[in-house]
Write a protein that binds this ligand. Structure first.
Ligand code: PLP
Length: 387
């Protein structure tokens, strides 16, 4: 079959692949600790679910504006102001999850061969989406010693006349790193000097831990006309299956992305959007409570990992991922992840599921119970001590 070159390199996402393998083992009677998928283990907060059910009964089950309901977009604008982001509703595009509003701006902006800088290791959809949109992916390594931010000189050395866009993700999947404000300012200066766009994936912006703050590059002077913020409800409000996300971008681009949404998906489910308004307006304290719990789990898990021979794990600053350096064990990361699943019953991802620069690392999601995290540490420790 002759398929287009833009999809030739598409690969399954590691998290879904490993979850499938783990479920196969469970069918054979094995007990597996699931730390592979980036999904809160909490249920959606009750006021959100209640509103969703009410909205179905009230008839929010029909087509609605492609860009999303006006009152949801207004609620997004009000919420964004609390993060210092000053935007108008006409700059907001709502979509079924963050994923579509990550891809569609790339389709709207990239010409064939335009270069896009993106973090390696990074969320796998970045590279896939750049290729789908006809761009040329240019990975920029993240540096562990810099809290997994970019080495700014390495970033600058990759900028060419063809650089169209840079993808940022802070707090980051898979590293848990947060980009410092001073680095954002330097990155903004590069964007303004060289004239490239910044797509800033801020889906974990509310999940930051004591002492850290995830600022948006949008707030740096001059950047509002060059930045696309991607955000969503999946992680902060435990709404992964509801499919609700949004992006903020200059108005002219927003109008085009809405047209792409019209033709690609039509619109986002109305009852999901009604539930989203309640999430933004009534669930602030639920999110804060959950962040406290994630922080406690992070501390327990990272401390446990650091007691295991050959594991060296920085304290993640945000999101809910631990990304230990396991290079001292001398086993390729993908083989180690496979053996941990098959021999120790712990499902995690290889750092290389996030790009070649993830070699020497594993990714664990600690959005799991304390008991599961402690069990995982025990199992990994027993496995490693037999190597
Ligand atoms: C960094 C990052 N961006 C975007 C997404 C996609 O989120 P959504 O479920 O809203 O499509 C994820 C999900 O894992 C993610 O980790």
């Amino acid at each position: 079959m002759e398929l287009s070159s833009r999809i030739q390199n598409l690969k399954p996402e590691g998290a879904y692949r490993v979850m499938g393998l783990a479920q196969e083992l469970e069918k054979q009677g094995r007990d597996i600790v699931h730390l592979e998928i980036g999904q809160p283990d909490f249920s959606t907060f009750p006021p959100i679910s209640e509103e969703g059910k009410k909205a179905i009964d009230a008839g929010f089950t029909r087509y609605n504006p492609s860009e999303g309901y006006a009152d949801l977009r207004e609620a997004i604008v009000r919420f964004s102001k609390t993060r210092g982001i000053d935007a108008s509703p006409s700059q907001v595009v709502v979509g079924p999850g963050a994923k579509p509003v990550l891809l569609l701006p790339l389709l709207a902006l990239l010409e064939k061969g335009d270069e896009v800088l993106y973090p390696d290791p990074g969320f796998p959809s970045y590279r896939a989406d750049i290729e789908i949109a006809g761009g040329k992916p240019v990975p920029v390594p993240l540096v562990e010693a810099k809290s997994f931010s970019f080495d700014l000189e390495a970033l600058e050395s990759r900028i060419t006349a063809k650089t169209k866009l840079l993808i940022l993700n802070s707090p980051a999947n898979p590293t848990g790193g947060v980009i410092a404000k001073s680095d954002l300012e330097k990155i903004a200066a590069l964007s303004l000097r060289h004239g490239f766009w910044v797509l800033s994936d801020e889906i974990y912006a509310r999940l930051v831990y004591s002492g850290f703050q995830a600022e948006s590059i949008y707030t740096v002077d001059g950047m509002e006309s060059r930045t696309i913020i991607v955000d969503g409800f999946s992680k902060s409000y435990a709404m992964t299956g509801w499919r609700l996300g949004y992006a903020i971008m200059p108005e002219t681009l927003a109008a085009k992305v809405s047209l792409l949404l019209t033709h690609a998906v039509g619109c986002t489910a109305g009852f999901t959007q009604r539930a989203g308004i309640v999430a933004l307006e009534q669930c602030d304290s639920d999110v804060s409570k959950i962040v406290v719990q994630y922080e406690q789990r992070r501390d327990v898990f990272v401390e446990g990992l650091n007691r295991i021979k050959g594991f060296d794990c920085r304290l993640p600053e945000g999101a809910f991922y631990a990304f230990p350096n396991v290079s001292q064990l001398g086993i390729p990361s993908s083989l180690l992840a496979e053996r941990l699943l098959n021999e120790a019953g712990v499902a995690c991802l290889s750092g290389t599921d996030f790009g070649p620069n993830g070699e020497g690392y594993l990714r664990f999601s600690y959005a799991a119970s304390r008991a599961q995290l402690l069990e995982a540490v025990d199992r990994i420790d027993t496995f490693v001590s037999k190597l």
